[in-house]
Design a protein around this ligand. Structure first.
Ligand code: CP
Length: 313
C-alpha cells in the first residue's frame, strides 16, 4: 500500500485490516513509525476535520508537519500541483495528504516516479477514503459486521465524495444501500446500487441513516434556486419526529460540517442515536492506521529489497 487514493483500490482485507489497526490505536496501541519523518498536508479546499485530524494522527505517530497554506504558497504564482508535490518530495517529506477540487488529481502524481506516499484527503466530487474508512470503523464498532446491514444515504449524492466512496464499499462489504433526497441527485451511478426511498421509509427501515451536507457551493445557481432551506428540511431533513421512527439501535451519521436546520435539526446533532462526534474521534485513529499502512508498506518494500540484495551478495 504505497498510496491511499480511492476505496476502489482497497481490497476487503485491506479495509478490515485498517479497521482493526484503528481500533487497536483507539485501545492504546503505540507506534513510532513516523519518528524522524515529515508530513505535509496540502489542502486546496477548506477543511476543519480532515486536515486537523491528519495533523493529530501524524503527531501521535511521531511525525513532524511541514506547514502549508495554499493561499500563501507558490501555487498562487501558477506553480502546478505536480511541481508542488515534487518540491514537497525533494525537501524530504515522506507523506503528502492532499485535498484538491479536481477529480482524480492524483493520477498525474502517481504516474511519475514520485518517492512520497500520497493520501487522498478528498478529490473534487470523487472520493474521500479517510472519511469512508472512519465511517466504516464507526459502524463496525456498533454492529460488529456489515453483512446484511441496511444503510440509507440521504442528500446531495451526485456532488458528494462521501456518497461515492461509501456506496461502493458498503455494498462490497455486504450491506444493502438505499438512497434518499432530490430525484435529480439520484443519478445512474446510484440507481445501479440501490433503490430510492422517502426519508420516512428510510428512517423506519435502516440500521444506519447517513446524512449528507447540501453542498450549496457545488450546486449550479439553477439547482440552488430549486429549493429553499425550509423546503429541504421539511421534505428530507432529520428531525426528532423522524428519529422516533428509527429502530432502537439504529445510527445517525453525518461526515460534517452539518447545516443545522437544512439536513439536520439542532436537537438531532447530539441526540442519543447520533454518532457525528464519535465519527470525528474515530477519524484520528483511522488516519493513524492509514499513515502507518503506507509507511509500513515502504518499510516492508525496503526490507524485501535489502533481503534480495543480501541473497545476491
Ligand atoms: N468531513 C469532512 O471532510 O470535513 P472537513 O471538510 O471539515 O474536512
Amino acid at each position: 500500500m504505497k498510496h491511499i487514493l480511492s476505496m476502489s483500490d482497497l481490497t476487503n482485507e485491506d479495509v478490515y485490516g485498517l479497521i482493526d489497526t484503528a481500533i487497536d490505536f483507539k485501545n492504546g496501541k503505540k507506534s513510532e513509525i513516523g519518528q524522524d519523518k515529515f508530513a505535509m498536508n496540502l489542502f486546496f479546499e477548506n477543511s476543519t476535520r480532515t486536515k486537523s485530524s491528519f495533523q493529530v494522527a501524524e503527531m501521535k505517530l511521531g511525525m513532524k508537519e511541514i506547514a502549508f497554506e495554499a493561499s500563501t504558497s507558490s501555487t498562487t504564482k501558477g506553480e502546478s500541483l505536480y511541481d508542488t508535490v515534487k518540491t514537497v518530495e525533494s525537501i524530504g517529506a515522506s507523506v503528502a495528504v492532499i485535498r484538491h477540487p479536481q477529480d482524480k488529481y492524483y493520477e498525474e502524481l502517481i504516474n511519475n516516479n514520485m518517492n512520497i506516499h500520497i493520501i487522498n484527503g478528498g478529490d473534487g466530487t470523487g472520493q474521500h477514503p479517510s472519511q469512508s474508512l472512519l465511517d466504516l470503523m464507526t459502524i463496525y464498532e456498533h454492529y460488529g459486521h456489515f453483512d446484511g446491514l441496511k444503510v440509507g444515504i440521504i442528500g446531495d449524492l451526485s456532488h458528494s465524495r462521501v456518497a461515492h466512496s461509501n456506496a461502493e464499499i458498503l455494498t462490497r462489504l455486504g450491506a444493502e444501500v438505499s438512497f434518499g433526497g432530490l430525484d435529480s441527485w439520484y443519478t445512474d451511478e446510484f440507481q445501479g446500487i440501490g433503490s430510492h426511498m422517502s426519508v420516512d421509509e428510510l428512517c423506519q427501515e435502516m440500521d444506519v441513516v447517513m446524512l449528507l451536507r447540501v453542498q450549496h457551493e457545488r450546486l449550479s445557481s439553477e439547482e440552488n434556486q430549486n429549493f429553499s432551506k425550509e423546503d429541504y428540511f421539511n421534505t428530507y431533513g432529520m428531525d426528532m419526529r423522524r428519529v422516533e421512527m428509527m429502530k432502537p439501535d439504529a445510527m445517525i451519521m453525518h461526515p460534517a460540517p452539518v447545516n443545522r436546520g437544512v439536513e439536520i435539526a439542532d436537537d438531532v446533532v447530539e441526540c442519543n442515536k447520533s454518532y457525528i462526534f464519535p465519527q470525528m474521534t474515530n477519524g484520528v485513529y483511522m488516519r493513524m492506521a492509514m499513515i502507518e499502512a503506507v509507511l509500513e508498506g515502504a518499510k516492508i518494500d525496503s526490507e524485501t529489497n535489502q533481503e534480495r540484495q543480501a541473497v545476491l551478495r
